[in-house]
Design a protein around this ligand. Structure first.
Ligand SMILES: [Zn+2]
Length: 427
């Protein structure tokens, strides 16, 4: 077998394309494979697939391919252009790469596998090797192609049914803009992401990433009480029930506990006598943040003992904490009527505490009572929201933040979108 035949087979090239020449460059540790079409080949317009007359041939382009025995391998070809009566002068499609890509499909698929395995752009860039910009470009193209394939399926009438959706907001980084994350709890994936969390952005997201049949099939949307989410859903998904699920309710209650703890801690320290050399005194609330915020069943025996002791101190934090814990019972109520009774009683008790943060939560729960009842009735659970939150957080930490919302969106969809990221025909 000659080297030409070898590469012809390795590349899986078929007529009219054939390997013309192979150069091995030991100094650069590179292999360059020159590929050309058979003379007088009549190509088709890449847009409409009509056979068209040739126009000219572009300067040689090169595509990164899978390495050959540790040598970085490039595929080089002069790509012909055709003149289509409808679409004008166009470069013909090449079978080994997508339009405009600098990588062969085989290399792109390998890079996707490496990125999925490392879940870390910097490491993947070292292994492949590629620059970080090239990795970012490859991820963006893979995600765009994956979303394109999903849209094609929807256009062909095989769009997936999404009965339940989740809406969440994520901050890109400290002080940075927000993203809105649309989740599919059934499929355990992120369906799409958009920059911003304003009503217009969210409505636009729902309209563009769901086709009309999918939109009318949505039964429940689990969300927090951010008003823009509710308004966007009522406009775009008028038939869907809005559910304020336990994950979001717990977040709100935890915030009230934490704010109360911080204020009470400050007060106690100011009142306590400061030991010599210190500005403030100690308070019983020092280093207790996680005791109040973690679910009691996740605490160790020692932590439970500490918490029990703290509950005897007559702290305002403890009162708010008790209301938070009591609210968990809401989601075990057998039906809507029992749920309403529980809720009304809980709201009254919460108000009796007289803590401004808790009173604000009680007022919110009262105002959004129907959304809480919807969560109870539909059984929308928190597990997916928490899972997604955790995974997105890990992505952000591994990447040490993202340059902008667009890069964050790509990473979320790449790793959590369950998209078909590899062109067909390659593993
Ligand atoms: Zn055409």
């Amino acid at each position: 077998m000659t080297d030409l035949q070898l590469y012809q087979q390795l590349l899986g090239l078929t007529a009219p394309w054939a390997v013309q020449r192979v150069e091995v460059d030991p100094e650069q540790t590179e292999v360059r494979v020159y590929v050309a079409p058979a003379p007088d080949t009549r190509f088709a317009c890449p847009e409409c697939q009509q056979p068209c007359p040739g126009y000219d041939t572009r300067d040689p382009r090169r595509w990164r391919h899978l390495d050959s025995c540790g040598f970085i391998t490039w595929l080089l070809a002069e790509v012909p252009r055709v003149q289509c009566p409808t679409h004008g002068v166009r470069s013909v499609a090449v079978p080994w790469a997508g339009a405009g890509s600098r990588f062969t499909q085989a290399f792109a698929c390998f890079a996707v596998t490496v990125l999925r395995a490392t879940q870390q752009q910097t490491q993947a860039a070292l292994l492949l090797p590629l620059t970080e910009d090239e990795v970012a470009g490859l991820m963006a193209r893979s995600v765009a192609a994956g979303l394109g394939r999903r849209e094609e399926a929807a256009a062909a009438g095989t769009a997936e049914v999404l009965e339940t959706l989740t809406l969440d907001e994520k901050q890109c980084g400290p002080g940075q803009e927000y993203l809105t994350v649309l989740g599919d709890p059934e499929g355990q994936r992120v369906w799409d992401v958009t920059a911003g969390r304003e009503q217009e952005a969210v409505a636009n997201l729902l309209e563009t990433c769901l086709d009309p049949a999918q939109r009318s099939g949505v039964r429940t949307v689990a969300l927090d009480l951010w008003a823009a989410f509710g308004s966007a859903c009522r406009t775009v998904l008028p038939q869907a029930r809005l559910a304020y699920d336990r994950f979001h309710a717990a977040q709100e209650l935890n915030r009230a506990v934490d704010q109360t703890r911080r204020e009470e801690h400050r007060r106690l320290r100011a009142e306590a006598k400061a030991p010599s050399g210190r500005k403030h005194g100690r308070s019983v609330l020092s280093d207790t943040r996680y005791l109040w915020l973690h679910a009691a069943e996740h605490l160790t025996a020692e932590e439970c003992t500490r918490l029990k002791a703290l509950l005897q101190e007559g702290l305002e934090t403890a009162q708010v904490w008790q209301c938070k814990e009591a609210f968990r019972e809401f989601f075990t109520q057998p039906d809507a009527a029992a749920g309403r009774r529980f809720l009304n009683q809980w709201i009254q008790e919460a108000r009796t505490v007289g803590n401004p943060h808790l009173t604000a939560v009680a007022a919110q729960f009262e105002r959004h009572q129907e959304k809480l009842i919807a969560a109870l009735e539909t059984g929308v659970t928190n597990s997916f929201g928490e899972y997604l939150n955790g995974r997105i957080q890990i992505l952000r930490e591994r990447a040490r933040g993202f340059r902008n919302a667009a890069a964050f969106r790509v990473a979320i969809l790449f790793h959590l979108g369950k998209l078909d990221l590899c062109p067909h025909g390659f593993p």
